[in-house]
Structures are given as C-alpha cells and as structure tokens.
Write a protein that binds this ligand. Structure first.
Ligand SMILES: Cc1cc2nc3c(=O)[nH]c(=O)nc-3n(C[C@H](O)[C@H](O)[C@H](O)COP(=O)(O)O)c2cc1C
Length: 212
C-alpha cells in the first residue's frame, strides 16, 4: 500500500478516530445525517477492507427489532468478490443516460442484508432501521454508502452461495461525488438530477412534511 496515499491517510484517520476524544464529541448527529447521502461513485484508491465492514456491523446487535426476533443476517463482501457483484446492481434509475456507476467508481465493498424469515412489514421495518444505522456508522468512520434495492437477487445469492434470500445491498466506499440537498415544496419534482458537477437531491421542507 506504499503508493496508496489516500488509503493510508484514511487508515490513520480511522485508527485515530477510534481512540481520540474528538471521536467522542464527533460530528453532530445532524451533520452525520446530512452527510449520509446515497453515493453512486466511489474513490477506488481507498480500499475497503474486512475490518471496516466489521466495525460497521458491530452496531447490528444493538438495534431495535420487531418482537425482538432479530431475523436479519449480514454478509460482508470486499475485494475481488465485491467486484464480481458490480454487474448485478442498477444505480441511478432516474438518470439512465449516465449509466452509473462510471467504470472504476463502483462500490469497493458491499454488505448484503438477508432475512431468516419471509419478507413482511416487520422485516422491512427492521431492514430500514439496520440499513440506515449501518450507513450512519459508515459516515461516522469517514466512509459512505448507498442502499441498493435494484439488483439481481438470484445472481447475488448464487455467486455468494448465500443460504438466505438477499433483501438489500449496501454499497460501501469512499464517496467521490458532490451531493447537495435542495429544499422543495410538496408537489415539486422529487427526481434527483445533476448540474454543474453536483448531484442534487430535492427534499421536501420540514414544514411541508408536518401534519397539522
Ligand atoms: C430501500 C432503498 C433502496 C434503494 N435502491 C436504490 C437502487 O437500487 N439504486 C440506486 O441508485 N439508488 C437506490 N436508493 C437510493 C435512493 O435513490 C436515494 O436514497 C434517493 O435518491 C435520495 O438520495 P439521498 O439518499 O442522498 O437522500 C435506494 C434507497 C433506499 C432507501
């Protein structure tokens, strides 16, 4: 990794963060949520390793779960195995002309979330809580990710020889996009778009989200 400057820097950063006081005070929760955007392009000079994914998943036995059944299971995928999954995902459905991700910017790692029971409302709620929690942890570690529901389930299950049905993929890496949120009103277009090198995501104002 001698030539991997960014990778080394990130490793240093992550190691420091784990122990330093700064990690305890950290970024505010609002900042973490705001930085937790859906990235569809990653800087592959940073290599996501097993220990990064494991750290993200250390939160998984501390999450709420419907009837505390804890039906979700997680498969870490990194390195060459992750590269094999790239062909099974569809990113940026609202921008089909871009054919995202651009070659060489695919997620460097994945977390495949599966369930031990058939999909149901309870499983879906557990799934959402787990996905967002893991992605927030990734941001807390200086990394980024995206939920991927559009993927070839059969192919992923077969390639990884999963004993369970995969429900959702989390693509993980060091994000390499500039993403901004744009406040809009109820009824405005909610399609994300790209302008002047920015990925712009319309979000309905809090005032419009509240029921009075
Ligand atoms: C359950 C779920 C599944 C998603 N699946 C995909 C997907 O298959 N491909 C994709 O490009 N984005 C996917 N996304 C990302 C959304 O498009 C993204 O959240 C939305 O554009 C808003 O952007 P933001 O996450 O930065 O706020 C998914 C998000 C969620 C919550």
């Amino acid at each position: 990794m001698a030539d991997n400057y960014l990778g080394n820097k990130m490793e240093e950063h992550l190691a420091k963060q784990q122990h330093s006081k700064a990690a305890k005070s950290g970024r505010s929760f609002n900042q973490l949520v705001a930085e937790n955007r859906s990235y569809r392009g990653f800087d592959r000079s940073f290599e996501v390793k097993e220990h990064h994914l494991r750290r993200m998943l250390e939160i998984c036995n501390k999450l709420p779960s419907a009837r505390n059944q804890q039906v979700l299971r997680y498969r870490m995928v990194w390195g060459e195995e992750a590269d094999k999954l790239n062909r099974y995902i569809r990113l940026g459905g609202a921008l089909p002309e871009l054919h995202l991700p651009y070659p060489g910017t695919e997620p460097g790692a994945y977390i495949v979330i599966c369930s031990t029971v058939e999909e149901s409302r309870y499983v879906s709620v557990d799934l959402g809580i787990a996905a967002q929690s893991i992605l927030l942890k990734a941001v807390d570690m200086g990394l980024h990710g995206i939920c991927i529901g559009a993927f070839n389930k059969e192919a992923v299950k077969e390639d990884l020889q999963l004993p369970l049905e995969p429900l959702l993929l989390l693509g993980i890496g060091k994000g390499a996009e500039k993403i901004v949120l744009k406040e809009v009103n109820e009824g405005d277009s909610l399609s994300y778009y790209r302008q002047d090198g920015l990925h712009i995501v319309p979000k309905i104002s809090v005032e419009n989200l509240l029921i009075h």
